[in-house]
Structure formats: structure tokens, C-alpha cells
Design a protein around this ligand. Sequence first.
Ligand code: PRP
Ligand code: URA
Length: 228
Amino acid sequence: MMVRFSNWNGFKIMQNEISHKNVKICNHPLIQVLISDLRSTETNSIRFRRLVKEVSRHIVYEALSDVPVKTVEVQTPLAIAQGYGFEYSDFILAPILRAGLSMIDGAIETLPLAQVRHIGLYRNEETLQPVEYYVKLPETIHSDTSVLIMDPMLATGGSAISAVDVFKKRGIKKIKFMCLISAAPGVNALITAHPDIQIYTGVVDSELNSNGYIVPGLGDAGDRCFGT
Ligand code: PRP
Ligand code: URA
């Protein structure tokens, strides 16, 4: 059967009916094909990292589609052209360790001048609650800074909610969360805790198993990236 990803509406139904103005499902066919490959048990770590990098580049691209720009004048060899520059230029890319690291290479190619600020969180395997182990940020960050938090997986939503808290505590308002695979309960938890942020996800899977893993998902993203 051939599936055409032609509009948001058609896709919302296939993607577990997540419908919120701040949740964007990146339904470009290229992203969908790459994520399907990523899920496969036949994809080894080398290929997994390459795929994550490529999908991340596409999702960052989508996440930047509403970035404000201002008009600028550019001198070409022939004349002055009217062009565009970013309205504000402070971007932070914030990978959640470990698995989020795999998204940075793709993201930094798109935004080479962005700062990278790592957020160390892991999920307690029993309680599924996030545990913070590395956050080294200035107490205040310029309030115009735009933060793109990245993690391949949004499962219960606990890690994403904590990562957003970290930046909000420092006065940041422009926050987006990017992931490759999310679970519907996690998307709902994140948007409930932080209704003002925007979420970009490649796919939304329907459920979590009793260990908090996304089903069908892709397994443990950190382990698959780093061969552990
Ligand atoms: C994974 C994943 C997310 C988190 C998602 O990390 O990369 O950070 O779980 O789960 P949640 O939405 O239920 O919080 P993990 O805790 O396994 O750490 P790791 O990346 O270091 O392996
Ligand atoms: N973390 C992962 O890496 N995978 C899941 O399915 C859930 C959390």
C-alpha cells in the first residue's frame, strides 16, 4: 500500500490523533523513511548514528521555519540585493545526555553559530523519574535566546519536562523541544506541563510498555547510538 504524506490532517489520524497547535509532526516523506530505517533491528550503531544525524538536520530545519527574520541589504558583485538575516542571533542547542548527543552533529551543521549546552539527565529505571547529573549553565541567559532542546526519544515526558524547567528557571521563554520518536502519553505530559513551548517530533507512537519504553519505538536510543 502506498501512503502519501500530503497534509497535516491526513497524518494526524495516522499519528495517534495528537492535535495541539504547539505540536508539529514532521511528516515529510524523507523524515518518515529515515525514521523507519532507524527503528529496524537490522540498523547497526554506525548506520544508526548517521540516520539520527540526517533526521535531526531535517527536524531542526522545520523547527526554524518560524524564526523571525529582518530585512538586510547585501552587496552582490553586481548590485545591492534585499535579503534576510535572523532577527536575533542567540541560539542554544541543548542535547539531553546521552542520546541527545547524537542529534548535535546534524543540528550544528544547520546552525553553526549556536552554543551547545549539555543537559545531563537519566531516567531512574524503577521510578522512571529523571535524575539530573550535569547542568552547567549561567544563572541568567539573555532572555532573547532561543533554545532547541534535543533528545531522540520522548517517552513518559519526564526528562523533557525537567530539561525545559532548567531553561525556564534561567528566564528563557523561547524554547522548542525536538525529538525523533515520541509516545502520545509523553507528548501530552510535556504540553500539559509546558503549554507555551513547541514540540517537533518525527513520529508519535501510541504507547509505552510497563518499563516505560516506547512501543514500537526503536528500543534504547542511547544504547543503539553508542553500542552499549
Ligand atoms: C532516554 C532518552 C530520554 C529519556 C526519555 O534516556 O534519551 O532522555 O530516556 O524518557 P522519558 O520521556 O520517560 O523521560 P535515558 O534515561 O535512557 O538515558 P541515556 O540517554 O543516558 O541512555
Ligand atoms: N528511552 C529510550 O531510549 N527509548 C524508549 O523507548 C524510552 C526511553
